[in-house]
Design a protein around this ligand. Structure first.
Ligand code: F3S
Ligand code: F3S
Length: 109
């Protein structure tokens, strides 16, 4: 799948959200996250990000390797303020803004 890395943090431009044909980019608080179970690898999101935060998982920028697992963790771990993991809800629009981030992103400075 494609992943969103550190450059998105505190930019969270969301142009990518509009582009995704399967609506698998979910909006956190400081950043957005691609659901690896729902991404069909179409690549439409990559060129529209103004800060080039998006890439295929095997091509993430040096120093951003942890974001491959972190995009996954956003859906498999229980986020602050929730009772259960998001899993694969089948569409970001119906879920809306989550207002939460993974611990990695929360602590990012
Ligand atoms: Fe982030 Fe870029 Fe999308 S800043 S929300 S990955 S357009
Ligand atoms: Fe959507 Fe980008 Fe994957 S547009 S399907 S998140 S490659």
């Amino acid at each position: 799948p494609y992943v969103i890395a550190s450059a998105c943090i505190d930019v969270n431009d969301k142009s990518c959200v509009e582009e995704c044909p399967v609506d698998c980019i979910y909006e956190g608080d400081r950043k957005s996250y691609i659901n690896p179970k729902e991404c069909i690898d179409c690549g439409a999101c990559e060129p529209v990000c103004p800060v080039e935060a998006i890439s295929q998982d095997r091509r993430v920028a040096e120093g951003d390797e942890a974001f491959v697992e972190d995009n996954r963790a956003f859906f498999t771990e229980v986020l602050p303020g929730r009772d259960e993991p998001l899993g694969a809800p089948g569409g970001a629009r119906k879920v809306g803004e989550l207002g939460a981030d993974t611990p990695l992103v929360q602590a990012w400075s």
